[in-house]
Design a binder for this molecule. Structure first.
Ligand code: ZN
Length: 273
C-alpha cells in the first residue's frame, strides 16, 4: 500500500497511486460499494455484462467519474478478450468510437480517460512523465503470458517516443499469489516462454497445480523493457483476500453467479484546471 491512498468522495471509496498523480495523471482504482447494481445491493459495478442492466452501469460510471473529479471526460473502454492487442486512441473521434476487441489502450490526449475492467485480472496503468502519454492494460494470466505490458510499452515507444525509463506504473487490485491457483497446463506455458517462471510459482502440489504471481510476472516484464523497478508501484491488495472491498470472479464463483466489475482509469490532469 506504499504510494497508494484510499480516498472517499460522495459515498464512494477509491484507490489512487500518489506518485502518478503528482506527475500530472488523474488515476483511480474503484472499490465495490456505493453504486446501484444488485451484485449484491448497492454495488458499484463498472463494466457491461449480460447479468446487469446497462442503466445501472451508466449510473455507476457517472458516480465514479464524479467522485474522482473526471466528469466530462470521455471514458474509453475495450472489449477485453485476454489478448495482447493494444489500441491507440489518437483523437476525440477514436475516443468516442465503439469499443473494439483489445486488452490495452494508450493515448496522449487530455480529453480521454482510459479504462480497464477487472474482477481478479491485474489492472496496470502506465504514465510517461516526459511526453504525457499513458495507458491502461488488462493483464490476466493469458495476457501476461502473451506479454501484454511489454507490447504496450513497445507501442508507447513507437507512437509517442516514450522512453521506458520515464514511465511510472501502477498495479491495481488483483488476485494475489496468495490465492491464484492455476493448473499445470498454465504453468507449462509460462515455462516455455519465461525462463524465470520458477520465481513466479509457489505452493506446488503433487497434481501439478500451483500458485502464480501475476504481479511479479508483469513487474518482471516491465523491468525487462527498461522500466525502473523503483517506478513500479504495486498496491498489493488481493481481490480474494479483500473481497469486502473488491469484486472477485473466482471467489464469487463467476461461472455460476453474476459478479461485478472493477475499473482502473488514467488520464492527464487538465493543464488549466
Ligand atoms: Zn489473496
Amino acid at each position: 500500500m506504499n504510494n497508494f491512498t484510499f480516498r472517499n468522495q460522495n459515498g464512494l471509496q477509491f484507490l489512487v497511486c500518489d506518485p502518478m498523480e503528482k506527475i500530472g495523471f488523474i488515476n483511480a482504482f474503484s472499490t465495490r460499494m456505493g453504486g446501484v447494481s444488485p451484485l449484491p445491493a448497492e454495488s458499484l459495478s463498472l463494466g457491461n455484462f449480460s447479468q446487469d442492466e446497462r442503466e445501472n452501469v451508466i449510473e455507476n460510471r457517472r458516480r465514479f467519474l464524479e467522485a474522482i473529479g473526471a466528469m466530462g471526460r470521455q471514458l474509453v473502454t475495450a472489449r477485453q478478450i485476454h489478448s495482447a492487442d493494444v489500441r491507440s486512441i489518437r483523437d476525440g473521434h477514436d475516443a468516442t468510437a465503439e469499443p473494439t476487441e483489445c486488452d490495452a489502450l494508450t493515448a496522449n490526449i487530455d480529453s480521454a480517460l482510459l479504462a480497464v475492467q477487472t474482477a481478479d485480472c491485474l489492472p496496470v496503468l502506465l504514465a510517461d512523465r516526459r511526453t504525457g502519454a499513458f495507458a491502461a492494460v488488462h493483464a490476466g494470466w493469458r495476457g501476461t503470458l502473451a506479454g501484454i505490458v511489454a507490447r504496450t510499452v513497445e507501442r508507447m515507444q513507437l507512437s509517442y517516443d516514450t522512453a521506458p525509463v520515464d514511465l511510472l506504473v501502477a498495479l491495481g487490485p488483483a488476485i494475489g499469489a496468495c490465492c491464484f491457483e492455476v493448473g499445470p497446463e498454465v504453468i507449462s506455458q509460462f515455462i516455455d516462454r519465461y525462463k524465470y517462471t520458477g520465481q513466479l510459482v509457489s505452493k506446488q502440489k503433487p497434481d501439478g497445480k500451483a500458485h502464480l504471481d501475476l504481479n511479479l510476472a508483469n513487474t518482471r516484464q516491465l523491468a525487462d523493457c527498461g522500466v525502473n523497478p523503483e517506478n513500479i508501484f504495486d498496491c498489493g491488495l488481493c481481490t480474494v483476500c479483500r473481497n469486502d472491498l473488491f469484486f472477485s470472479y473466482r471467489f464469487e464463483r463467476g461461472a455460476q453467479n453474476p459478479v461485478g466489475r472493477l475499473m482502473g482509469v488514467i488520464g492527464q490532469i487538465a493543464k488549466n484546471s
